[in-house]
Design a protein around this ligand. Structure first.
Ligand code: ARG
Ligand code: ZN
Length: 866
């Protein structure tokens, strides 16, 4: 059942035009699809169309009703002989019964579609593959009172009324597109409108459709959209190409959002926000996701993927673009840190698991399983490395050439790299290995200083350990940024050493070295500036060297990174030798961190990041075997130490962050972040003293960032206070689904001994529903990904809880089930006892009779891993 990248074949037929008519009905929607086909190349193979979970009513070939076709649960085969023909297929589907939220579904009173990757085949029989591009006309019929808005891609070209209360609207999309970009929405919404004038003078109508009553929560999304449109013009010279851009927010959605041509569909979580109900992070994410989907209009829609193995062509590139956009809208270093945390916490974990794959996978059973942190986020890192190697101007030239060559086509990752290479003359042949080789490369750095000659040599070795999918690895082309600091913390410059001049060495072989002469002391190498490659670095820093990077490095990212290394050392030291901690190490950590408080005024975003210790997930990727309790408690002790040893500083820092009425703007966001960080340390230091501060903040806050900040800090204090505040919070917010998700999540990842007894209560909460992916993620996802002690309980109850639930979710929404199972598939790094318990639950799931393809792929891979 697995498909291989190497098996790619051109489509046997092409489609130039699609005409679709929808008669919407909750249980019996009729779909009439008429396509113009032409044979592609010389062959006499039959026409094989994809189709799933749909009922075939009739097939009309060139105006003749036919019956000599074959239909099974996945395909409709027509033994045609002509080279050009018109085929009309009528199908019936049941949107209400569709809980997979793929294809056409009905939820919360509205119809909505999700077709990427292979959902269009649940709507009609079709050549459902991204290299079949066609123009679409779509006519939608539905009851006018209940569904006043009938939307599809492109421009509205006609509409009318029927006598029976129904109305219809006809849409036409002038651009060729693959079926995965098709969308249809029908419902009763509130509509927020605005407009944007492109640089060449096209006036674009912007329309945001939200739930009735939620209009006030749409302003930030619209403002973000306008920023994204302006940014893409400025940075890439890319303009929007239709007269209308629609965004619809829905509550039931499997992922973040979808870039359907001219009609984006969004998880309401990435659209709706106001001060009271959304945090600064929500505001940030909305801007990022709105940007991401908008940027897809060029990187994804105008130029799309030839086949799904090329997914990173559009996703890696578009994530890179949204990261650059976010960085330009706020603090570049803070953004970079966020990107890197995703790589270190989740992508490195994926590499270490049975699901390891290159950013361009070789083999796929269920495509939905490959919308991964590897394809997306490591994919973005690979694009970023090209940006680094080519420079911003070279990269822009490459992008221009890419669009000049491929606009309107479905292409490959190789085509992209070739455009980058041809536009700049820079040789990217070895660089392409990043697309085919999986795993996390390790760069080992060592150095040598000869006092008598003043010669310093820095040696870089690269090695990628084998992964589940690939045993042997080759040397990669790695742009590695670094600098050398002298004893005063000043960067050493020596123009005769090209790598120093460029502040970068390009590693292409197993070992490289760089030498500098004329030094009178051994310098400190400050390594992997701005995380110039998605690798792990190993260099035996002294504590003093880390401190000096924290204070002096010219690269803000490197300063943060050094702070994290110092914390990590302390935590690992305590985890492995709890009774004999390395006092000198702890002193030097407290000393350096004490110094960071001074940054709070000048660079608050960096200060906040440097004052935060590494997550359990990050720490986990630094060891070969995770000792759950030891590591967890060590992390907590270090947090406690920082809280108590620096308690005066935390209090001052807390009190210094004075912010007026809520606004989402950089200065205020930084202040709130520092304030909430301080509060959580204060609670961990002296909970009694802090509980008043906490209470005051919770009750007086005019915004969600501060009230949720207080609530989260309360987790570290007295349980009764936390429970009380949670009750108040629930009462206040029970009617706001997005806020209630936060409440569910907080419950699910709360560290408490009775967590496993409480989870079933959460699942039987009247507001919990298995059909709602946001809810499932906030309970199950939070628990499995982040409740370290609960999920990894040594009696196996956490694993069993997840598995029980996944067995139910399997038949409802396999896509979401396959996401939430991830932590269970990452058993490889745990102790033998836990490995066994985790594998036992995986085996239970594998035994399920009607397991979805989504889960089969993940479960079987992780059980077969050796
Ligand atoms: N293309 C969408 C985006 O990145 C995500 C689609 C995810 N699809 C899926 N089947 N998981 O914005
Ligand atoms: Zn995307």
């Amino acid at each position: 059942i697995a498909k291989k990248r190497s098996d790619y074949q051109q489509p046997d037929f092409l489609i130039s035009h699609v005409d679709m008519v929808f008669h919407l009905d909750i249980q019996k929607t009729r779909v009439i699809t008429t396509c113009q086909f032409s044979r592609n190349g010389e062959h006499n193979r039959p026409l094989v169309l994809d189709g799933e979970s749909i009922t075939l009513i009739k097939v009309v070939l060139n105006d003749n009703l036919i019956s000599d076709y074959d239909v099974n649960s996945e395909q409709l085969t027509i033994p045609t002989t002509e080279d050009e023909f018109t085929l009309c297929v009528e199908t019936v589907i049941n949107p209400e019964a569709n809980k997979t939220l793929e294809g056409l579904y009905f939820s919360a009173g509205a119809y909505c579609t999700q077709c990427e990757a292979e959902g269009f085949r649940k709507i009609t029989y079709f050549l459902d593959r991204p290299d079949v591009l066609a123009k679409y006309d779509v006519t939608i019929y539905a009851d006018k009172a209940r569904y006043p808005h009938l939307l599809s891609n492109g421009n509205q070209i006609d509409k009318g009324q029927l006598d029976d209360g129904r109305h219809w609207v006809k849409w036409q999309d002038p651009f060729n597109k693959p079926s995965y970009l098709f969308a249809l929405v029908a419902g009763d919404f509130d509509l927020l409108t605005d407009n944007f004038m492109t640089q060449s003078g096209r006036n674009v109508a912007l329309e945001l459709y939200v739930d009735k009553g939620a209009l006030d929560k749409g302003h930030h999304a619209i403002a973000s959209l306008k920023k994204a449109m302006a940014w893409d013009e400025q940075v890439f010279g890319l303009e929007y190409d239709l007269d209308i851009y629609m965004v619809v927010a829905v509550d039931f959605f499997n992922m973040g959002a979808m870039e359907n041509k001219g009609l984006n569909v969004f998880n309401s979580k990435f659209v709706l926000a106001d001060a009271e109900s959304a945090t600064d992070d929500d505001f940030f994410n909305i801007e990022a996701v709105i940007g991401h989907e908008y940027f897809h209009n060029w990187t994804g829609n105008r130029v799309t993927c030839r086949d799904w193995f090329q997914l990173s062509l559009k996703e890696g590139l578009t994530v890179f673009r949204d990261q650059q956009f976010s960085a330009d809208m706020s603090s570049p270093v803070f953004n970079r840190i966020k990107n890197v945390q995703i790589i270190r916490e989740h992508q490195f974990a994926e590499d270490a698991s049975a699901m390891a794959h290159p950013i361009r996978p070789e083999e796929v059973i269920e495509m939905n399983n490959f919308y991964t942190v590897t394809v997306y986020d490591k994919g973005a890192e690979v694009i970023r490395m090209m940006h680094t190697l080519l420079g911003a101007d070279g990269f822009r030239k490459g992008m221009d050439l890419y669009f000049a060559r491929f606009d309107g086509q479905a292409v490959t990752c190789d085509d992209f790299v070739q455009a980058m290479q041809d536009a700049t003359g820079i040789d990217l042949s070895q660089f392409r290995l990043w697309y085919s080789q999986s795993g996390t490369p390790k760069v080992t750095v060592s150095d040598e200083f000869d006092l008598s000659t003043g010669r310093y040599t820095l040696t870089f070795g690269q090695m990628t350990p084998p992964t589940a999918d690939q045993k042997t690895k080759q040397a990669l082309h790695i742009p590695f940024r670094f600098e050398l600091l002298d004893e005063q913390g000043v960067a050493i410059s020596d123009d005769s050493v090209p790598e120093l001049k460029a502040k970068m060495i390009e590693l292409t072989q197993d070992v490289h070295s760089v030498s500098v002469s004329g030094l009178n002391a051994k310098p400190t190498p400050s390594l992997l500036h701005n995380f110039s490659a998605p690798v792990k670095v190993d260099y035996a820093y002294t504590h003093q060297q880390l401190s000096s990077i924290i204070l002096y490095s010219g690269d803000e990212f490197a300063r943060w990174d050094a702070s994290q290394s110092l914390y990590s050392r302390c935590i690992h030291n305590l985890a492995t030798a709890p009774d004999s901690p390395d006092n000198a190490l702890f002193d030097s950590m407290l000393d350096s961190i004490g110094g960071v408080f001074a940054l709070a005024d000048t660079n608050p975003a960096l200060a906040a990041a440097m004052l935060s210790i590494p997550s359990f997930e990050t720490l986990s990727q630094q060891v070969d075997e995770i000792q759950v309790e030891a590591l967890y408690h060590a992390q907590r002790s270090v947090r406690h130490l920082i809280a108590t040893a620096l308690s005066d500083k935390w209090l001052t820092l807390y009190n210094n962050q004075v912010v007026g009425a809520y606004q989402y703007k950089a200065d205020d966001v930084d202040k709130r972040r520092l304030r909430n960080l301080s509060l959580s340390y204060l609670v961990q230091g002296d909970a009694t003293q802090a509980s008043e501060l906490l209470h005051a903040q919770f009750s007086q806050a005019d915004n969600m960032t501060d009230s949720l900040g207080a609530l989260k800090a309360a987790q570290y204090g007295k349980l009764e206070q936390f429970d009380q505040l949670m009750v108040q919070f629930e009462e206040r917010w029970r009617h706001d689904p997005l806020v209630l998700d936060k409440w569910f999540a907080l419950h699910a990842n709360m560290e408490r001994s009775d967590i496993l007894a409480r989870l079933p209560l959460l699942l039987s909460h009247e507001k919990f529903s298995l059909d709602n992916p946001n809810r499932v993620r906030s309970v199950l996802g939070s628990f499995a990904f982040y409740n370290v002690l609960g999920f990894h309980a040594i009696d196996g109850s956490g694993y069993k809880f997840l598995a029980d639930y996944l067995l139910k979710l399997n038949s409802v929404n396999p896509q979401v089930a396959a996401r939430v199972i991830t932590p269970l598939t990452q058993w490889q790094k745990f102790d033998p006892k836990r490995q066994e318990l985790m594998r036992y639950q995986l085996a239970r799931i594998a035994d399920c009779k009607e397991l979805s393809k989504d889960l089969i792929e993940k479960v079987s891979k992780s059980l077969n891993y050796t």
